[in-house]
Design a protein around this ligand. Structure first.
Ligand code: 5GP
Length: 191
């Protein structure tokens, strides 16, 4: 991708279980020049997660302080935890001439679009709700109530996805990565 193009902010969201992380990882492996923003969260680290690498793990009080001091470009509550993107990091990356990618949920993404209309919102969608449902059931990790809760969340997310600039259907990993590459390259050409 051309280095002399104006830098942009790309926001990627997707329902859990659609392989959004895998698509993004595939893209970043091919384009390591993109900066992936590290979010703040009040969620406890999972096994293997490192503070400052996967997330900045904050206490609820510290997170509230950041909100009060207007440190976040966006923040949202998701599954009982808070998540937020520090404004300063994004501004610094763009000033330094780096393209930035945020991987965040839909409420936060729409806040970004309101504050920075030039940001490009890309939603990674499941091939169909039925496909996602059978994938969730196939894992045998959740009971019926949990599956219904997740599916309701997905329905809400798919509603929000209508406000995104692009939707990429992940029915084939390589195809989804290449579609993401084309969208991002096309947006960079527009500058
Ligand atoms: P997880 O806890 O599985 O790492 O992430 C849960 C959800 O939070 C995912 O949908 C992820 O995209 C979203 N997320 C991660 N960081 C941020 C953030 O900074 N802001 C918002 N709004 N969502 C985030």
């Amino acid at each position: 991708m051309n280095k002399n193009l104006k830098k942009k902010l790309f926001v990627i969201s997707g329902s859990s279980g659609v392989g959004k992380g895998t698509v993004l990882k595939g893209f970043l492996n091919k384009h390591p020049e993109f900066m992936l923003s590290i979010s703040c969260t009040t969620r406890k680290p999972r096994k293997g997660e490192i503070d400052g690498v996967n997330y900045f793990f904050l206490s609820k009080d510290d997170f509230q302080d950041c909100i009060a001091n207007n440190k976040f470009l966006e923040w949202a509550e998701f599954a009982g935890n808070f998540y937020g993107t520090k404004k300063k990091y994004i501004e610094q990356c763009l000033t330094d001439g780096k393209d930035v990618i945020l991987e965040i949920e839909t409420n936060g993404a729409l806040q970004v679009k309101e504050k920075m209309p030039e940001a490009v919102l890309i939603f990674i969608a499941p091939p169909s709700l039925e496909a996602l449902e059978s994938r969730l059931r196939g894992r045998h990790t959740e009971d019926e109530a949990a599956i219904q809760k997740r599916l309701n969340e997905v329905k809400k997310e798919l509603e929000s996805a209508k406000k995104y600039d692009y939707n990429v259907v992940n029915d084939d990993l390589e195809k989804a990565i290449s579609e993401l590459e084309q969208i991002i390259a096309g947006e960079q050409e527009k500058c």
